[in-house]
Write a protein that binds this ligand. Structure first.
Ligand code: FAD
Ligand code: NAP
Length: 339
């Protein structure tokens, strides 16, 4: 029997924790269960929203449709040799638990992505990234259920169209496919990436001289725990905005006016600007309104201290976007998925 819930609060299923509900809710743990609910007359024509860990979404209103929570679990070793291991992982697995599973085995590639909240199934959605590593670096393929044809399709690195915090699933295929499993290739002889951000300092502080995937994962966990608001304590969805990538010409004009603008030249000649720096310069960091605001240490992170309305948080993000556009002539993009 298909156990569909009605008029369900989904507040606790999202890390922002705004008060919100959906007409229908169903948690599935297999493709078979998914097919059964989609064939159900009550909901088959309803709008569908796929929910993982709810750590990259903001609801500005109740959801008029069915929320489908992905709980497909399982980690399967597809192949293994002396150099690498290929793993197929259920989309409902917790991302950080999967990272720790690999770290404990000494398999390298995703240690820099420790402590990112959410599910395995959402990892390709925005090609999750941190400390110089992106999911595309270890990605082999994924299986996704096409909501229209009701068939499973396979996407590889090329067909996923990965970009900076982007993929086809965040664009043309949004809400049209349900990712059911992701296959990754990890290394048994990893090349460590410690050059980014505060990793090296943290390793020194921890007195670590011999690198290992475990040491890097521990360092990343320590940095993130000290800097980022824990969604269990303060509602948030991580970085609300993406770092803008602009042309060299535009960057040079900006730098002439704002000499200390935080920037990172990219291999293709474009320049990444730290959105947090722009927002901080405009005095937004730490601004608090009625129960929500901008985090005191992280200008990129919008926070919900109480059960604030998602629309108010969204409007704050619009005010930030407008002020950045006015002063720097840069159009920031929201990274968080708005519903
Ligand atoms: P959800 O929020 O549930 O969903 C996000 C989007 O993906 C929605 O549009 C949803 O419909 C869709 N979706 C989810 N699952 C599926 C599926 N199986 N099939 C199809 N569509 C699906 N992100 C980074 O990239 N790097 C970071 O370092 C990082 N740090 C963060 C730190 C904090 C404190 C927080 C709160 C968030 C952070 N994030 C970061 C953002 C977020 O954790 C990631 O984007 C994560 O991958 C979202 O996973 P989720 O399962 O919670 O997705
Ligand atoms: P940070 O290390 O203080 O760096 C600030 C910004 O500068 C980051 O946005 C980062 O870009 C960029 N940067 C730093 N060193 C760089 C380098 N060597 N080359 C290119 N770009 C560089 O950032 P943080 O806020 O503490 O976050 C640390 C990492 O976790 C970052 O990679 C960040 O993306 C990730 N993170 C992501 C989220 C999210 O929700 N998406 C939330 C928290 C943290 P990038 O962001 O492009 O890496």
């Amino acid at each position: 029997m298909v156990n569909i819930e009605y008029n369900k609060s989904i507040t606790e299923y999202t890390t922002f924790g705004v008060p919100v509900s959906s007409n229908y809710f169903f948690a599935f743990s297999s493709v078979q269960e998914l097919k059964s609910v989609l064939a159900n007359n009550l909901v088959k024509d309803e709008k569908k929203l796929i929910l993982g860990g709810g750590s990259n979404m903001l609801f500005t209103k109740n959801f008029d449709g069915i929320v489908l929570k992905n709980e497909i679990n399982g980690i399967e070793i597809i192949s293994e040799n002396n150099a690498e291991v290929i793993l197929k992982v259920g989309a409902g697995e917790n991302w950080h638990d999967f990272v720790i599973y690999c770290v404990e085995k000494g398999w390298g590639g995703i240690e820099n992505l420790s402590l990112i909240p959410g599910s395995v199934g959402a990892s390709p959605m925005q090609n999750i990234g941190a400390y110089g590593v992106e999911i595309k670096d270890v990605f082999v393929e994924l299986e996704a259920f096409n909501l229209e044809t009701k068939k499973i399709e396979i996407f590889d690195n090329t067909t996923c169209k990965f970009g900076y915090r982007e993929s086809i699933f965040k664009n043309s295929h949004k809400d049209k496919y349900i990712i059911t499993s992701v296959t990754y290739k990890l290394s048994k002889n990893p090349v460590f990436n410690t050059s980014y951000g505060a990793i090296e300092n943290q390793l020194n502080e921890m007195g670590i001289s011999e690198l290992s995937v475990k040491a890097i994962s521990d360092a990343v966990i320590a940095i993130r725990s000290s800097k980022l608001p824990d969604p269990k304590e303060i509602g948030n969805a991580g970085s609300f905005f993406k770092n803008p990538i602009i042309t060299k010409e535009k960057f040079e004009k900006l730098q002439a006016k704002f000499s200390n603008i935080a920037n990172y030249p990219q291999a293709d000649g474009t320049v990444k600007i730290a959105a947090g720096w722009l927002i901080d310069q405009l005095g937004w960091k730490g601004k608090t309104y009625d129960g929500y605001g901008v985090h005191k240490n992280q200008a990129l992170v919008l926070v919900n201290y109480s059960k604030s309305n998602g629309k108010d948080i969204y409007d704050l993000s619009t005010n930030i976007l407008n002020s950045v556009k006015e002063k720097y002539n840069i159009e920031l993009e929201r990274e968080v998925n708005i519903y």
